[in-house]
Design a protein. Structure first.
Lengths: 180, 250
C-alpha cells in the first residue's frame, strides 16, 4: 500500500482542512466530484454516491466537505448516509463480497455460503478483514434468482455456488493481489 | 375571508377555509388526542392519534385531523366506536414501542388500553419517533439532530452520535418532545444536552441562569442585544404585566 503524507491544502470553503488529517490526493478527488455538481440540495445523494464509488466509503471529512459545499446541515447528510445501505460510513475492503439472501437464494441455502465465508475470512457480515482485502455483506435479491445461490465480488457474479467452491474463488482474488 | 361550516361532534363551528381540523376543534374547545402536533410545527402526521371521521357529502372516511384542511362544509366525528377502536390499536403499538415511558402509559390507560401483551416490547426506548424535535431544531436554524439509521434501529441523534458543532443547547427539542424523553441536565451554570456541555448566562434582572452562551451568540447576530439587558421569560412577562396593569387599573 502506498504511504501518503498529509499536506497543507487550503480552500475557500474549508480553511482548516489540513487539521482534519485529510490527504491531498483524496481532497483533489473529492473536490473534482464536488465541482461536477451545482451547489444545490438535490444533488446531495448523487454526490454521496460518487464519493462512495470513488473511495468505497464516505469519510467524516468527505461528509463535512459536502455539507459545506451544499450548505446542508451535517445531520441531514448523516441521516441520509445511514438510511441508504448503498452508502457506507465505514471503510470497505478492496473486494466487496455480497452474498444474496433473497428468497430464491435463501431456499437454495445461501446461509451455508455465508457461514463458509464467515469461517474462511473470520469476519461477520458488515465487517472488513484485517488486511483490508475483503468486506462481507448480505443483500436482498440481486435479480439473478436463476443462478441461486449467488455471490457477487466487486460486480462479478458467481452463481450456483456451493460451499466447497468458495475457498477457490477467494484464492483467485488473493492470488491476483500478490501477482499484480 | 371565506368561511366554511364544520360540524364537529354535532357542534356547529364556523371556520376559515383551509384551516386544519385539529385547530378548528381546539378553537371550539373540542379536544382531539395527539402527540406529534405542535401549534408552531405543523403537519408531521406521524403519531396518527388525531384521526377523525369526516363526512363530505355522502362519503365518510378516516383522516388525520392535523393535516386535513377544511375546504368545504364537513361533518366531523372525533369519538365514534370505529375511531376509538383504531386509536386503541395505535396507542397499544405506541406503548409496545416505549414500554418504560410513564407519560405514554398514562395516556394509554386513559384511552382504555389495558392489555398490550400482544406485541413485543421494545425495552429501553422512550422515544415515539414522531420527529417533532428534529423539526424544532430545523426551525431554530440549528439542524443539529436528525433521524439516524432506519427500521427498528432508527433513532434521533446528532451526526456520528457525538457532540454537534451546530447545537446551541437551546433545549427546543426537549421542550416540544411529547414523550418527554430528551433529557437536559443543569447544574452550577452548566447545561448538558446531546453529549455537549454549555455555559449558561444569567438573567440581567433576577439573576437566574436561563440561556446558553452559544444561543445568545446566535441571537445577538440577528438582534444585537447587549448581554446585560438580557432578561428571562419570567421577568419579561412580569415587566409587561406591570405595564398592562398601569394602563388598565386606574
Amino acid at each position: 500500500m502506498k504511504v501518503r503524507s498529509p499536506v497543507v491544502f487550503k480552500t475557500k470553503n474549508a480553511p482548516d482542512i489540513e487539521k482534519r488529517g485529510i490527504y491531498m490526493e483524496d481532497t483533489i478527488k473529492l473536490k473534482q466530484i464536488l465541482s461536477g455538481y451545482p451547489e444545490e440540495k438535490r444533488f446531495s445523494l448523487a454526490i454521496m454516491q460518487d464519493v462512495q464509488r470513488e473511495f468505497n466509503y464516505i469519510s467524516r471529512e468527505a461528509l463535512e466537505l459536502i455539507s459545506e459545499h451544499l450548505s446542508i446541515p451535517l445531520s441531514k447528510l448523516y441521516s441520509m448516509a445511514t438510511f441508504y445501505r448503498a452508502l457506507s460510513l465505514e471503510p470497505k475492503g478492496k473486494y466487496i463480497i455480497k452474498v444474496c439472501d433473497g428468497t430464491a437464494c435463501h431456499i437454495r441455502s445461501s446461509l451455508v455460503i455465508l457461514s463458509e465465508l464467515e469461517k474462511l475470512l473470520a469476519i461477520s457480515p458488515g465487517e472488513m478483514t484485517k488486511d483490508g482485502l475483503f468486506s462481507l455483506e448480505t443483500v436482498n435479491c440481486v435479480g439473478a434468482c436463476a443462478l441461486a445461490p449467488v455471490m457477487i465480488i466487486n460486480g462479478e457474479y458467481h452463481g450456483k455456488m456451493s460451499s466447497k467452491d468458495i475457498a477457490g474463488i477467494l484464492e483467485q482474488y488473493k492470488g491476483g493481489e500478490s501477482h499484480g | 375571508m371565506e368561511t366554511v361550516k364544520v360540524i364537529i361532534n354535532n357542534k356547529e363551528c364556523v371556520a376559515e377555509k383551509g384551516k386544519f381540523l385539529i385547530d378548528i376543534a381546539k378553537d371550539n374547545r373540542i379536544g382531539i388526542p395527539h402527540l406529534c402536533h405542535h401549534e408552531s410545527l405543523r403537519g408531521l402526521n406521524s403519531c396518527r392519534l388525531c384521526i377523525v371521521e369526516v363526512t363530505e357529502g355522502s362519503r365518510t372516511r378516516v383522516v388525520t385531523s392535523c393535516t386535513f384542511p377544511a375546504m368545504t362544509d364537513l361533518i366531523v366525528q372525533t369519538n365514534t366506536d370505529h375511531i376509538k377502536k383504531m386509536r386503541k390499536v395505535l396507542m397499544s403499538l405506541l406503548v409496545a414501542e416505549t414500554p418504560d415511558n410513564v407519560k405514554i402509559q398514562k395516556m394509554a390507560k386513559a384511552y382504555g388500553v389495558a392489555d398490550y401483551s400482544r406485541y413485543g416490547m421494545n425495552k429501553g426506548n422512550d422515544c415515539v419517533m414522531c420527529g417533532l424535535c428534529v423539526k424544532a431544531c430545523e426551525e431554530v436554524n440549528c439542524s443539529a439532530i436528525a433521524t439516524v439509521n432506519r427500521g427498528v434501529t432508527k433513532k434521533i441523534a446528532t451526526p456520528y452520535e457525538t457532540a454537534s458543532k451546530d447545537c446551541v443547547g437551546c433545549g427546543s427539542c426537549s421542550y416540544v418532545c411529547p414523550a418527554e424523553c430528551i433529557k437536559i441536565e443543569e447544574s452550577g451554570g452548566i447545561r448538558k444536552i446531546w453529549d455537549k456541555e454549555f455555559k449558561l448566562l444569567k438573567c440581567g434582572s433576577c439573576g437566574k441562569y436561563y440561556i446558553t452562551e452559544e444561543q445568545y451568540n446566535q441571537l445577538s447576530n440577528e438582534h444585537k442585544v447587549p448581554q446585560e439587558s438580557l432578561v428571562c421569560d419570567c421577568c419579561k412577562n412580569d415587566k409587561y404585566a406591570k405595564q398592562m396593569a398601569k394602563i388598565f387599573i386606574k
